[in-house]
Design a protein around this ligand. Structure first.
Ligand SMILES: [Zn+2]
Length: 268
């Protein structure tokens, strides 16, 4: 069984302070952190996860609400694989160089850098049975990426235990993300704002309606809206559900999905 823990689901100014979007995927002995905003240590603590247990970290892009909390992770012992597109990993190294000059050289044996290619599947480093694939998203003036994970829980589970998910990271509605997400079981898409609010940050972000439209186009089984600004989650859900015919989740920090069983229950 694989578990997905929503550590936070908010945008840069979330409803609850420190609730920046981040997730933890627990698969076998591996704990893969997907993004790490300023409060990630507190988020892990609330979820009962020892930071030393993090084996993999993936960054969607370099913005502070997705990366800045990770600078203290190297102080927790353990070997860690850092994954992401090459420009994003380079941004992380530069960030570390500014905040803790010289530290990365000392920690070299504890960190494996794994730049992920775009547009083709790649075995996930040190995570048997998992493949990853990136797509270049569109998020203002920084390189930002969506990630797809295809997971076979165990060799003997055959096709039964398989499932796939995409995490969009921050992006405007993107055809590259729609293509990446084609037919996945779970699309975790950012929905920073509501189209109905009249607010428009469409140059850099997606609305709940746009996330719903993209989920419908990609034919995903289930949509989860994250990176939500302050407001009633039900309004986000209703806006996306107006255009997406499948189940729409608006997870809160601490919510957990046991995969693939919980999805099967939602998608009956
Ligand atoms: Zn961003």
């Amino acid at each position: 069984m694989t578990e997905l823990i929503f550590l936070g689901t908010g945008a840069i100014r979330p409803q609850t302070p420190g609730d920046h979007t981040a997730m933890l995927l627990r698969h076998g002995d591996a704990n893969l952190l997907l993004d790490a905003g300023p409060a990630v240590l507190m988020q892990l603590h609330r979820a009962g996860i020892d930071p030393a247990a993090i084996t993999h970290v993936y960054f969607s892009h370099q913005h502070g609400d997705h990366m800045v909390g990770s600078v203290v992770l190297p102080f927790y012992p353990g070997f860690r694989t850092l994954m992401g597109a090459a420009p994003v990993l380079e941004a992380w190294r530069q960030l570390m160089h500014v905040v803790y000059p010289g530290l990365l050289v000392r920690l070299e044996p504890q960190i494996a850098y794994h730049p992920l290619p775009c547009d083709h599947a790649h075995p996930c480093p040190a995570l048997p049975g998992v493949t990853v694939r990136l797509a270049l998203a569109h998020h203002g003036n920084v390189p930002a990426y969506a990630i797809r994970l295809d997971i076979s829980p165990s060799a003997d589970a055959g096709t039964q235990g398989r499932f796939s998910l995409v995490y969009s990271g921050d992006t405007t509605p993107s055809q590259a993300v729609a293509k990446l997400a084609a037919g996945v079981d779970l699309l975790i898409h950012e929905a920073t704002y509501l189209e109905s609010s009249g607010e428009d940050v469409g140059e850099v972000h997606s609305s709940a309606r746009a996330a719903g439209a993209l989920a419908q186009q990609a034919g995903v089984r289930c949509l989860a809206l994250v990176h939500r600004s302050a407001g009633d989650p039900a309004v986000w859900r209703d806006e996306a559900a107006g255009i997406f015919s499948g189940p729409v989740l608006t997870p809160l920090a601490g919510d957990r999905l046991h995969l693939p069983n919980d999805l099967a229950a939602f998608c009956r």
